[in-house]
Design a protein around this ligand. Structure first.
Ligand code: AQP
Length: 333
């Protein structure tokens, strides 16, 4: 039997709940990828501290993020599901990667420019600046073959590939050079109040949080910004708000947005919003119940986390030892 290709992905515990875009754009695909890949999934808590977090909230959000991945269908027996800070090899390799990254190269990362613009560059941490380099280490430390990427992460994966190739050519073949994994129908979900921006945990006004009360979710979707026309049509360029609702409803019902649009011929935006809200709540309500059950048993959750961390470390430690040896760092024997 040939080994399955390895895939790596992570999610930040930057809020008490995932938003709808995290699920439709990433996590639901992670669940499917378990069928065909040796999957490594992590809650990237070290990435989340690149912006200030309150310690109690971070602890709670990390447990909730881990529980949400389980509730969404990540199977800890099939996949390696862990918390990034439980595997110190990420930061060990992260330092090595920083040392082979050019300052100018790091400066070109557009996500830093976007995220630092929100709070002002003077208030941004060096960690936010070097975030993509730690992300490269996250991937390379597991020798991942593929990384499921949305458009927003493409540049970071390119950096990861460059760093892997640079290390390999300087010190000998050490890292698998990962490829972008193009997942079909990866939906990019837009902010409900500003459909020119992507939905984000850190922009809570326009986000649908999956662990919110169904009434809150419904209200959020019903007050989504649309446009001054009345025709329901899938046209992301000129009708981003309506198209976003169609994308959500289509993703949750396994159809194409343009096909979904045809159901609303002559019915208007109210009917579309009501159906989109019903579909989201139909998913979110049992999901939230399952998360509540999982966090209600912290000892079991911790046990599952420990198994995941041990499985991850077994792989990561080998990579770091090899990289250190290639670099010329002295081994204690
Ligand atoms: N709106 C979105 N549509 C589709 N996919 C999305 N993802 C995030 N938002 C959308 C995908 O979710 C995965 C995990 O994301 P993350 O939490 O690690 O970081 P992020 O992309 O920065 O997500 P957020 O929600 O916007 O978090 P904050 O506000 O903390 O930065 C990724 O695969 C991402 O593509």
């Amino acid at each position: 039997m040939t080994a399955q290709p390895r895939v790596l992905s992570g999610i930040q515990p930057t809020a008490g709940s995932f938003q709808l875009g995290n699920y439709l754009g990433a996590v639901r695909h992670w669940v499917d990828l378990q069928e065909t890949h040796d999957a490594f999934y992590c809650v990237v808590d070290l990435h989340s501290i690149t912006v200030e977090q309150k310690p109690d909230e971070l602890r709670r959000n990390t447990l909730l993020a881990y529980a949400q991945l389980l509730a969404a269908g990540v199977d800890p027996h099939r996949s390696t599901l862990f918390v990034q800070s439980h595997v110190p090899e990420h930061t060990q390799l992260g330092w090595v990667m920083q040392c082979i990254t050019g300052y100018g190269e790091a400066s070109r990362m557009t996500q830093f420019k976007d995220k630092s613009a929100r709070g002002g560059a003077d208030h941004s941490s060096v960690g936010l600046f070097t975030y993509p380099i730690l992300q490269a280490a996250d991937i390379l430390v597991y020798q991942a073959d593929g990384v499921p990427v949305g458009e927003d992460q493409r540049q970071h994966l390119e950096l990861t590939r460059d760093l892997a190739q640079r290390f390999n050519s300087r010190y000998g073949a050490t890292f698998t050079v990962p490829k972008p994994l193009i997942v079909s129908d990866t939906a990019k979900i837009l902010d409900l109040q500003d459909p020119t921006a992507k939905m984000s945990k850190s922009l809570p006004n326009g986000a649908v949080f999956l662990l919110d009360d169904p009434k809150v979710i419904t209200k959020r979707i019903k007050s989504a910004v649309t446009d001054s026309e009345t025709e329901v049509r899938f046209d992301p360029a000129t009708k981003p708000g309506v198209s976003n609702l169609l994308t959500v409803l289509a993703a949750l019902t396994g159809r194409e947005p343009a096909v979904v649009a045809a159901d609303y011929d002559g019915r208007g935006y109210g009917a579309l919003k009501a159906d989109a809200a019903e579909a989201v709540v139909g998913f979110a309500a049992p999901y939230a119940a399952s998360v509540a059950e999982l966090v209600g048993d912290p000892a079991e959750l911790q046990r599952t986390m420990r198994v995941g961390a041990d499985k991850a470390r077994a792989v990561a430690a080998v990579t770091v030892a090899t990289a250190y040896e290639r670099l010329g760092l002295v081994d204690l024997g």
